[in-house]
Design a protein around this ligand. Sequence first.
Ligand code: CS2
Length: 496
Amino acid sequence: MAVTVGASRLGLGSLRRLPAASRPLVRPGTVPAGVLHLGIGAFHRAHQAVYTEAAVGAAGGDWGIVGVAPRNAALVADLAAQDNLFSVTTLAADGAATRVVGALAEVRHAASDPAAVVGLLADPAIRVVTLTVTEKAYQLDPATGVLRPDAALAADLAGDRPPATVPGLLVRGLLARAAADAGPVALVSCDNLPANGRRLRGLVEQALAYAGAPEHAVGWVGGQVSFPGTMVDRIVPASTAETLDVARHALGVTDLAAVAAEPYAQWVIEDDFPGGRPAWERAGAVLCADAGPWERLKLRTLNGVHSATAYLGALAGCETVAEALALPYLADVLRRLVAEDVATSFTPPDGIRVVDYGEQVLDRFGNPAIRHRTLQVAMDGSQKLPQRVLHTIADLRAAGRPARWAALVVAAWLRFAQGTADDGSPLPLQDPLADRIRAALAAAPPTPAGAVDAAFALREIFPAELAEDAEVRADVVGWLTDLTRHGVPATLAGAR
Ligand code: CS2
């Protein structure tokens, strides 16, 4: 007899019917809010929400999360209809496990209700604000760290409308918090940027100045707000219909906010929380004084190799990262990128060998259960290349060393940005600078050297020092010539 499962929806009412191993670690709805999170995408739900739930489960505390979606109204509606519950499916190569997470106390939609978010930022109960808002939200010149607001942020900071951007919300919220003297708070960037804490501080301080904030408010922020840096890590692809199917199968109810992730997770956090924090160390996070070495390790190795795999894989017609890794010779080339370029470009955290870390990264990328699309990782390349690849090149060149493998990644990005895969099919350039990049390439002479010179002239991406380095230029032109003439497989085969 056919039984229909999954007709009902995940929510408080269906918790009792879940398999015991799939139930939340805390009683949902009973933990008062203490954390405000901006950007409740898949990554937050499978990372900070999981850590925070485990911390509260182990050590208690009023650290429920108020989750804010800047734009995605459907996600807010889906979560609200599920009493703020969602599931995380952990996908190991040899099986999956699904658990409902009870970390969210509330959800909000910033675009339709900015006043609620501003109110929360000024609420004394909120003592930690975490952010996953992607690289492009920070709007700082990568070379100088100077705020370069786009039109939307400039309008927010001019103050003649309700804030529509994340920095705009932060500024308005902090001004309200200062006016209410609502107690100290930590603003915690969980985005994949180097020195993300310092960057967020730079953004907030400059945005306050730009907005003409009164001196006492600026002083209050200076004394009451901390900006701990963090390194976050877990591979969490965008959810698909298949993700929801797997969750429904495991739970017996429908979860429209389900996410799936790899088993591995890491969180390194600078311990600077003037208003207190969840006991994240009880959930396996590392609390330390300086997350910098961990950030460099992760951004240059994991993310650098990820981007390399994504661009080369997409050009070769591979849909997923795991599929791309199986391209002949790609893993060999990535190993040389790690051993010869990445590992020699910086000093890793004590006790870590970059080459071993790189092997672990390749293992994680090869997980066949994770269907991470190359095009997802390829997105926003202009915002990712600096910390993932260009800093490696800059440090190697400053030490007088070559950066040949890192130059291959730049060439692969450039060929991707030119818009056609090896088989001639179109590749989408999803990037905040897409128009600038396309225009520069369209105006360039139709040769690899012409394309490299045009790209290197984009100061928002390539600092002058790197762009004027003849050896780097020659390496990138060489690789781009190979990729253009022979395609990815032959380039990799010839590269060994
Ligand atoms: C990826 C990251 O999409 C990307 O650019 O490189 O999201 C990556 O999966 C995470 O940083 C892993 O922690």
